[in-house]
Design a protein around this ligand. Structure first.
Ligand code: GLY
Length: 371
């Protein structure tokens, strides 16, 4: 299957799913390849919107525009409920209101996205120089002082807001958080902690941990993929070599540990007796990240190697993990591992679907996205 054919088939699934999804948003796949819908205030709320906007950008078909715009009231209304926000405002608003503004110039969308950036910036802890990831779930969750690698994908909203408004504070916070992530979450061998905990009052650096990976000292593969894509984005926004070098280190670590079909297991440090689920979403995110990284490295041979690796990962996903032959599937990729310790493995995931589209577009030379 060529990438162009795969994109056509994927857009066909999205088109077919639009009337069924209505103003809902997919959360996690069921065994029959339909999607459970998001309950209110889910971190994954933006990925369906992101797919619709990419489909519209690619085709200019009003069906996708109308469906994307049908999502907009939810994102606008949610801005008035700051208690519903954690740090995932970038995932939510880059793929909804920023996308809308970039593609249509709509000023309401721009204003909403800037409000989201303001909320994200408000989570910055100046003592520890980090953006707090999650709100508190219990008395001893240490979330007040917690960052996670995923946040690298939220920084694009801040970099964009700085460009849009001329206010450097957004960029300063993004730069500080990215540097803190390098110093705490990225290990010397290029692997990553999922999470790092600080004393929220003093900013003291306490320990690396995991929430969704196999163990504290393991390397959760989706987190590694967020880091590859996110540090490459930080480089693209800033031109600062430390971010590109970090993306390269993370990519090299993961590339040396991929299975033969190129689709990662859910963690790169699984003991033999651990469950060996694949995470197709980690594969799709990393493939998109490698295409992006290939566009920003100076060395042509290195760029070729990353593009070849991204294509191999994409080929593996297309050969063994798509829903394309299923007539009623509401998503695109099977075998995503959302949170193995909580029993969520082997599902369609809306972020796997979104990044499959992004990777297919990048594979065909597209460079305009919403991050
Ligand atoms: N950002 C949460 C996850 O990747 O599951």
């Amino acid at each position: 299957m060529t990438y162009s054919d795969a994109l056509t088939r994927a857009l066909g699934v999205i088109r077919r799913t639009i009337p069924r999804m209505g103003t809902d948003r997919p959360a996690i796949g069921r065994d029959d390849l339909t999607y459970e819908r998001c309950h209110d205030s889910h971190w994954v709320d933006g990925f369906w919107s992101g797919q619709l906007w990419l489909a519209y950008a690619e085709t200019q078909d009003a069906v996708f525009l109308k469906a994307a715009r049908a999502q907009r009231p939810y994102f606008i209304e949610r801005l008035d409920r700051p208690q519903s926000h954690d740090h995932d405002l970038g995932f939510l608003y880059s793929l909804s209101l920023v996308a809308d503004y970039k593609l249509t110039g709509d000023e309401d969308a721009c204003r909403g996205a800037l409000r989201a950036a303001e909320s994200l910036a408000a989570r910055y802890n100046d003592r520890g120089r980090f953006i707090r990831a999650w709100n508190s779930w219990s008395d001893n969750d240490h979330n007040e002082g917690r960052i996670i690698i995923d946040c690298m994908e939220n920084l694009g909203l801040l970099f964009w807001a700085a460009q849009q408004t001329g206010r450097s504070c957004y960029r300063d916070i993004a730069l500080a958080h990215a540097q803190t992530t390098i110093e705490t979450i990225v290990r010397a061998d290029g692997s990553t902690y999922h999470s790092f905990v600080f004393d929220p009052d003093t900013g003291a650096r306490l320990r690396g941990e995991t929430v969704q990976g196999y163990a504290g000292e393991s390397c959760w593969s989706r987190g590694q993929s967020w880091g590859i894509h996110g540090f490459a984005l930080a480089y693209r926004y800033t031109g600062e070599g430390r971010f590109r070098e970090t993306a390269v280190r993370l990519a090299e670590y993961a590339l040396a540990r991929l299975p033969d079909d190129g689709v990662p297991y859910w963690d790169y440090r699984l003991p033999d007796d651990a469950p060996h689920y694949r995470d197709s979403s980690a594969g799709a995110i990393m493939a998109a990240g490698l295409f992006l990284l290939a566009d920003v490295v100076d060395d042509a041979a290195q760029a070729d190697r990353y593009r070849a690796a991204a294509r191999a990962m994409l080929d593996g996903l297309l050969a063994g993990y798509t829903t394309f032959d299923h007539p009623h599937a509401e998503g695109l990729l099977v075998q995503g591992a959302s949170h193995v310790a909580e029993g969520y493995a082997d599902n369609m995931l809306p972020y796997g679907d979104y990044f499959l589209i992004e990777a297919l577009l990048r594979a065909q030379g597209r460079t305009a996205f919403f991050w």
